[in-house]
Design a binder for this molecule. Structure first.
Ligand code: SAM
Length: 226
């Protein structure tokens, strides 16, 4: 599957390139005030969420479908790394006991059927803190290339989430500036933000690098919290 390949390939470089994901994780964890003890982190990557947590946790389950990402996740006796695909209901059936909170940062935008995945999460009956990239991510770049965004828009994600969670919603926009177009495009490739979806061929990428009028990229993130 392309998304998994992309994340496995970029696993080593991810820690260097995940500037925005780090900000997202810090904001998400910063909004949690009840110091949950039993946590499930969906699409944990190399542990940005675990590293942002500043209280002692009893048990942390780190779930990801990329072995390479999990190999970079912190290890300790209270951490269980679980290799599983969140698109698959089975991934959520094997937990013993309840979680105090379910966290997911910068991962669920790649859900094949987000409604179904929200359903699997809601069935675990725990409070949630979710951050999901939405369609205005890379907006200026998509506009310049006259392409449709590949991510779901925030209103669509909110409409789905409302069917499963009683939650608050917040949309946050980040911008990241680059020294050169080359650096910008390298970032897109290495950060895993493109999720393996190659929307431009080589020539189109070259043209976009020449014509893109800004030195920054935008990121739009929907935070869902209860
Ligand atoms: C952009 S990274 C975010 C990692 C981490 N949560 C963070 O905040 O830095 C997205 C992660 O989601 C994982 N992922 C994507 N699709 C997945 C799926 N279907 N099942 C499990 N993990 C998935 C990727 O392997 C990757 O580690």
């Amino acid at each position: 599957m392309r998304v998994r390949e992309e994340f496995s390939r970029s696993a080593a470089a991810y820690a260097q390139y995940n500037v925005i994901q780090k900000k997202v994780a810090q904001r998400l964890v910063g909004s949690i005030i009840d110091s949950p003890q039993r946590i499930l982190d969906i699409g944990c990557g190399s542990g940005t969420i675990f590293k942002a947590i500043d209280w002692e946790v009893e048990h942390f389950v780190a779930l990801d479908f990329s072995e390479a990402m999990l190999l970079n996740h912190p290890l300790s006796k209270n951490i269980t790394c679980k290799l599983a695909d969140f698109n698959n209901a089975k991934a959520f059936r094997t937990f013993s006991g309840r979680f105090d909170r379910i966290i997911s940062a910068s991962a669920l935008q790649w859900a094949r059927d987000l409604d179904a995945v929200f359903g699997y999460i809601a069935a675990l009956q725990a409070p949630v803190s979710l951050a999901i990239f939405t369609c205005n991510t890379f907006k200026s770049m998509y506009d310049c290339a006259q392409l449709e965004p590949i991510l779901r828009c925030s209103d669509e994600v909110i409409a789905l989430a409302e069917q499963h969670f009683d939650a608050q919603y917040e949309i946050v926009t980040y911008t990241l500036a680059f020294k050169s177009p080359r650096e910008m495009f390298r970032y897109i490739k290495k950060s895993g933000v493109s999720g393996g979806r190659r929307v431009l061929n080589y020539q189109q990428t070259k043209q976009l690098m020449r014509e893109y009028p800004h030195d920054y990229l935008e990121f739009e993130v929907l935070f869902i919290h209860n």
